[in-house]
Design a protein around this ligand. Sequence first.
Ligand code: CA
Length: 544
Amino acid sequence: MQSARVWALGAMILAGAVGCGHTPASDDADTDIGEAPGARDGWWRDRVFYEIFVRSFYDSDGDGVGDFVGLTEKLDVLNDGDPTTTSDLGVTGIWLMPINASPSYHGYDVTDYRSVNPDYGTMAEFEAFLAAAHDRGIRVIMDFVMNHSSVRHPWFVSARRGPDSEFRDYYTWRPEDPGWRQPWGTGPVWHPTASGYYYGIFWSGMPDLNLANPAVETEMVEAMEFWLERGIDGFRVDAARHFFESDDGQLSDQPEAHPFVKRLRRRLAAEHPDALLVAEVWTHRGTVAEYYGERGEEFQLAFGFDTASGIITSVRDGRRATFDQQMREIVDSYDDINFEAPFLTNHDMPRVMRKLGADPGAMRVAAATLFAVPGTPFVYYGEEIGMRGGDLPKDEDKRTPMPWAAEGATRGFSSAASWYPGAEAVGVDVESQRGVPDSLWTLYRDLIAMRQRHPALSDGELVTVRRDGGTSGVTAILRAKDDERILYVVNFSGTEESSAVRFEVSGAPTVLLGEGLTSPPVQQGTDLMLEGLAPRGYAYIRID
Ligand code: CA
């Protein structure tokens, strides 16, 4: 170990000597955050988050645009703060998509990292929302977009004037276009100005910030501290795998990202040790896992994109294989399985209900499975009522206004014409489903409550279970913490009832929640025996 370490340091110095374009990685002392506060026992580990696009949630003042006041008015539907009521969904975390000032409808191109978008209201209205959420026991994280700014950010407006700008090195410039293309397509990433080409991986309107510049790093840290001091509980960190690029055009997952994120964590932890950083690293699990560092000293959570597609694939094809593969990979990939933030779909994807062909049984089994897997789950607004979103491929169709009412031109979203049309089916609204037995909303409420009531589900180990018999759609996972064990069994098939199936789990079964069991599960020796499971059937079974 010692010699390898010396060799690594030597290689790093050598890289610096031959003119590496980036700031050298810091040494351990610079990135040490002690016991990585909160990584393994953080406040987020037993919570359920709800992702909100403020523009589309609820319009309080009749201008067709959702706002902070509207969001605050609807908080009681998400969680009224009273654990004895059942008229609320019961989520305990909120992720707000970008709320900073921005010229776009989506807000991922920021012009001021310390302001709120005036379309959504004032800073005072935001702070009132935050206080109201905290009063209800809901923690709030916000999107933080540090990979790039808006082309209209004052830093960039200055930088593009030329090399003499004090902000020139906040961005990355070249005299010629090296011809690189977006890793996921064919779009250019170098964009022309009169003073040279600037790098912007997503779009010419979003120049990438030069995070290797210590001044930019400090700007980002101080902007995050600005929000933490106002009470925000953490950040969803956009586009983290694109923070750095190599000099020869490798545009994702560059090694500089890791010391950068460690420094970010350490600097934030000095005053705000509980601040949560959730990474968007949109790729396969093996790469995502690297962004936790050795023990959660980089990001404390990252979205489980493979888990999301694994659940949806198994529900769509009716077979367990993809889901089982994902569960094995979780166990193999992470030192701590609860590093994942599982979800079904988010604002960048067609909604899960659309992907499932608006099949209500498929949607119910997808939801049931989401809450059985490890990590901190995220629900995308409207998922709980089966919103499909618009049918065009554009991003706005994934982010349409929330239907609150059964009737009306905007289904209760706004008293005016909404900023973008929604087109949901009859019955896909909160009014029609809230508190109604057998509705999708009620299933989400019950799943969320169950998950937060049982430590085995919210923070337990994941154990794969041996199976004997049953059809190709049937599988099970066991979640366990301390003395509590909960078995989740599912039949992904939409057409085939499972034959009798036996799971190697010893103990007395009690069904906590489920649909489609043809008879109660029975203990037989060291096995659990299910007589049958209907198509799209599932059950959470406590094993005592
Ligand atoms: Ca409004």
